[in-house]
Design a protein around this ligand. Sequence first.
Ligand SMILES: C[S@@+](CC[C@H](N)C(=O)[O-])C[C@H]1O[C@@H](n2cnc3c(N)ncnc32)[C@H](O)[C@@H]1O
Ligand SMILES: [Zn+2]
Ligand SMILES: [Zn+2]
Ligand SMILES: [Zn+2]
Ligand SMILES: [Zn+2]
Ligand SMILES: [Zn+2]
Ligand SMILES: [Zn+2]
Length: 462
Amino acid sequence: MVHSEEYKAKRLARKQRFMQQAKKNNVFKARRRNNFSRRPNYHNGPQNENNYEKAPKQDSTALRQRGFFQVLPTDDLPNVPECSHGPCLLFEKKNGPEVEETFFSCAIYRNQDEFCDFKLQYNKETGEIEVKEGEDSEKKKKKKKKIFGYNRIPKALTEMKPTDTVLYCKDCINVFANKHECVCEPVEKEALAKPTNLLPPVNEQHGESQFFFSEETLGVIVKAVEKSKVDGILCIGAPRIFENIRASHPEKNVFLLDYDKRFAKFFPSKQYAQYSMLVDHFFDKNAEPKLMEFFQNSKSILLITDPPFGVFMEPLLKTIEKMKQRFVSTGKEITSFYSMIVLPIYIRKYVLHDNFWMSDYRVTYVGHKLYQYPEKTIVRLFNNLPKSCIDLKNVEGYKFCEPCDRYVTKNNVHCERCDACTSVEQGKWNHCDQCDKCVKPRYVHCAECERCHLYGRCIQKY
Ligand SMILES: C[S@@+](CC[C@H](N)C(=O)[O-])C[C@H]1O[C@@H](n2cnc3c(N)ncnc32)[C@H](O)[C@@H]1O
Ligand SMILES: [Zn+2]
Ligand SMILES: [Zn+2]
Ligand SMILES: [Zn+2]
Ligand SMILES: [Zn+2]
Ligand SMILES: [Zn+2]
Ligand SMILES: [Zn+2]
């Protein structure tokens, strides 16, 4: 393309202005210090959506792989294939605007080689699903009746004498009086009410990703439950919250839905069911009526979910919507249904609508190599509870902002122009007059695309 001299001069002047502003904002120093010019961009939704943001290094591979995939709805399909982990998700793989393939794959494990390599091609035009040899054996496996052994441990305890020593065997996931052939240890009865302290976490990178909340985070969430005054708490993939509320607030209704069926041994079927959260699937056919009973008995609900890192948002939000509809079908007001979704900040755009807001509280996990530290975690609480429910008065590192009417991190600054404490991560965000909003510390305003972004990251490359 040949450009006129006038065009070239204009472009150069624009670039110089951009560089000057970048220098002024210390962009180059920051770039060298953090070496973030080498970090690639990731995105979390359809590729053509211009909504990508920088994700932390540690999740990069998973997100980069996911970036090309979109989950398609399957509500109108007559049959959805199942792998040994339940009904599948329907994926569309894109290369730019081109659809490369559409296929059914595991809704629990995404690390295909290691955990589940189930994959069936789907023809969107004809509606045909690929048939593979060996599929029959999958079906047979599926038909085998599952035994959950609900409440096995509490039942066994009631049959023991007060003088018996209770032994817990982590291999058999059961309790025994006085002796047992495996190596096992004596346990206090109260400890058996909180299995997340006894069960080794399942930490496969692309599957269950079972990281339990730290004591501090547990305290903040339990306090939010108390302040919300709801009488029903539905925990989806949040077993530590479930077991703690169950133990400390026996007057409340609680229900746990989680893929990990080890919990069945500790809890009755009226409070626990094995569940696949992205496809709204109950593995026990008697479980959904029990959940409906829980909704029936509750005047108001707080749904708390802490999905595995890198979850697909569209199916998750759909599941939350389905839960809301189940509650409303028992004759309750939709306004009595609250949700708290624990997510990393870079997917906030998916959740921040209606009455949803993000608390500055930094969620921490036991044993996570980065997210055990408040200054490193990027996980936050997204919820539609009244702001007063997230009470951080006694938590180190926060202050109360009167105009925002909520607790914010100590180094967040209230922007008079936005009338909000705008920083999302560490550091002060700067107000950009042209964009009329606060932007990340290292962003500079770009005249080319008329928005703020990192230097050199213009979508209208020049
Ligand atoms: C990040 S952990 C959250 C645990 C939470 N921080 C706590 O302390 O209670 C994710 C939880 O979701 C469950 N899970 C993972 N994938 C799931 C799925 N597709 N459907 C239902 N549960 C799932 C795991 O078993 C695990 O308990
Ligand atoms: Zn599978
Ligand atoms: Zn044993
Ligand atoms: Zn403020
Ligand atoms: Zn501002
Ligand atoms: Zn701007
Ligand atoms: Zn630009």
